[in-house]
Design a protein around this ligand. Structure first.
Ligand code: DAT
Ligand code: MG
Length: 178
């Protein structure tokens, strides 16, 4: 049986997963609804979502590739919500061509260069300190998506099995309801 056409189609339109974060300015300015509505234009599935208080450790790990940039310190303060609120909404979107679809709707990194009907174009701004408050993070390629999703989520927080897992005995104290 010749399956080459089918395989070719799968390669052209792979199912992908991508980490999306609504940053602190997005939450504090009540932009969540508008951003989720824009993202729903992609017709992708949300397979994980949680509100996270971002620690310095998580922020630095997330943006480690930018650690030598002059804006790194301000970027870490921004994602930790120093000027807004210390929480973000972290999500995993899944589906065909997810990474590019979300990046297209998010718009360019610099909110002033972003297309006006993109999320960053509609809701982003540049502060007087030069911080790009661009309201949303979206992974830029499959390798980055995997690293970021594994950094922000545990396997059981995601409703679809997207990466291989293993079972491990862990003895640790955890907070429970009193
Ligand atoms: P993106 O978020 O579009 O993937 P990136 O990964 O290059 O862009 O940078 C991560 C964040 O760092 C970006 O959302 C905003 C900030 N940033 C990037 N370039 C910047 C610059 N030249 N000045 C100020 N902030 C910048
Ligand atoms: Mg990036």
């Amino acid at each position: 049986m010749d399956t080459s056409k089918h395989e070719g189609e799968e390669k052209a339109m792979p199912e992908q997963k991508t980490l999306v974060i609504i940053k602190p300015d997005g939450l504090v300015k009540s932009l969540t609804g508008g951003i989720l509505t824009k993202l729903s234009e992609t017709k992708l599935k949300i397979i994980a979502a949680k509100v996270v208080r971002v620690s310095r450790e998580l922020a630095v790990e997330h943006y480690y590739h930018l650690k030598d940039q002059p804006f790194f310190g301000e970027l870490i303060k921004y994602i930790m919500g120093e000027h807004h609120t210390n929480r973000v909404l972290a999500m995993v979107y899944y589906g065909e061509d997810a990474i590019q679809k979300v990046r297209a709707i998010a718009g360019s990194t610099n909110p002033e260069e972003a297309e006006s009907i993109s999320i960053r174009g509609m809701f982003g701004r540049i502060t007087t300190k030069g911080v790009f408050e661009n309201v949303i993070h979206a992974s830029s390629d499959p390798k980055e998506a995997e690293r970021e999703i594994k950094l922000w989520f545990m396997p059981d927080e995601i409703v679809t099995d997207i990466y291989p897992t293993t079972e491990k005995e862990v003895a640790r104290k955890m907070r429970v309801w009193a």
